[in-house]
Design a protein. Structure first.
Ligand code: NAP
Length: 242
């Protein structure tokens, strides 16, 4: 099956992430016009630019920075086919020790930024419909994750927001879906202790971690014209039972 992505305009946050960079490269190869955001991974951003995408560095925790980006982006593109909220961070701690700043920063980047950026870029998404919004969520948002109340709450909130926006924007022909990529090896999981990694693998029926390449391919399919009637869903790569 040939995916129809040619000439689609796509913006993905966290394009330098493990998943983001796989998606950016593949989407460019499929003929899409791809823009991405990042925070500090300048070297990876340059590689993605050499591959044909365009990157913008700013802090998603800062609404003024989002405002400035949105103004600039609206001058740059006439419409947006696909908006992917992929950037996220963790600041793990048990409740006794979690700092208010750790709670706030995770909520700002993982939950408030997807709300705020969607609101600011909605005119572009409405200009040429159907268009699509994707959020990257996590098992933590459904079943909780000890030591990460901030991250779990942010992803749970993001799932609720995804389903709500699907209801609000469906009649305007904007499809909104979430993807839980499952456990991937990335900067986010680099510090997970070996024992927890082993337990994750044992509990997984497939005895594997997720492959960012496969998740990127799935996102490409969802972004393509082949997917036209699915909205309000959460797709799980997670092979462990909930
Ligand atoms: N890895 C997993 O096991 C797993 C499991 C379930 C869900 N997920 C979700 O899947 C998505 C991708 O995960 P990943 O592991 O591929 O991510 P990752 O490699 O840890 O990358 C995180 C991305 O977010 C960007 N970012 C972080 N803080 C930012 C800020 N304040 N402002 C702007 N950008 C910021 C980073 O930019 P820089 O590179 O410039 O720092 C980077 O592009 C995330 O939404 C994550 O929650 C991941």
């Amino acid at each position: 099956m040939e995916l129809s992505l040619k000439d689609k305009t796509i913006l993905i946050t966290g394009g330098t992430s493990q998943l983001g960079r796989a998606f950016v490269r593949k989407a460019v190869r499929q003929g899409a016009r791809v823009f991405f955001t990042y925070l500090k991974a300048a070297k990876t951003a340059q590689e993605l630019e050499r591959a044909g995408a365009q990157g913008f560095s700013f802090d998603l925790a800062d609404v003024k920075a989002i405002d400035a980006f949105a103004v600039m982006f609206k001058e740059k593109v006439e419409f947006l086919d696909i908006l992917i909220h992929n950037a996220a961070l963790t600041a793990d701690s048990f409740i006794e020790k979690m700092l208010e700043s750790e709670w706030d920063n995770v909520m700002r980047v993982n939950l408030k930024a997807p709300f705020y950026l969607t609101q600011k870029l909605l005119p572009l998404l409405l200009r040429k419909t159907p268009s699509k919004i994707f959020t990257l969520v996590s098992r933590a948002g459904l079943s909780g994750l000890a030591g990460a109340a901030n991250y779990a709450a942010s992803k749970g909130g993001l799932i609720a927001m995804t389903k709500t926006l699907a209801k609000e924007l469906g009649r305007k022909k904007i499809l909104v879906n979430a993807v839980n990529p499952g456990f991937m090896r990335s900067s986010m999981t680099a510090n997970v202790p070996e024992e927890i990694l082993r337990r994750n693998l044992e509990e997984s029926p497939l005895k594997t971690f997720s492959d960012p390449d496969e998740v990127a391919d799935f996102l490409l399919f969802l972004s393509s014209d082949q997917m036209r009637q699915v909205t309000g869903q959460v797709f799980h790569f997670e092979s462990r039972p909930f």
